[in-house]
Ligand binder design. Sequence first.
Ligand code: MN
Length: 196
Amino acid sequence: MARDGLGEYRSKRDLARSGEPGGGAPGELPRFVVQRHDASTVHFDFRLEVGDVLKSWAVPKGPSTDPRQKRLATPTEDHPLDYASFEGTIPEGYGAGTVVVWDTGSYRNLTEHRGKPVEMADALERGHVKVLLEGSKLTGAFALTRTPMRGREEWLLVKVDDEGADRRRNPARTQPESVLSGRTNADLAAERENGR
Ligand code: MN
């Protein structure tokens, strides 16, 4: 992933107008966040805290709890750490629309290569990470693997078959609301419409 640092993030936005975060400091445990973003299309932004940024992918269909489902994950620019708790309306410009924190929590890096642990930055460089998510909707291990596709850099997000796997659940569809506020993208849009 060549999109290192926050230069691209800042160049795409006027933060004074968009109301989005610009910084943040690492906590005790690294965090993950999945944001449901209703912009020009509805998608889920999957982000992992790595060093001082959130490594990010756009997942059109959202994460699945079914290990048989491979979900396309397109890398996007690094985001600031404070983005992990951001929800609200982006009034104009890049990504204009509503964002809710669909799931969040801490994660652990389980990536190994030939039986030895691999640090997140190296794992991303190599194109494969395995992370254990401790979220509300998503629990257990997920694998993200780079895959050559249509001449672009695409990744696949797949649930590892463990205790957090469930072939019947479909939380991306049945649980659209924020884990922080209980609100949906539609709620946020309506609040803005009503001037609240
Ligand atoms: Mn997005």
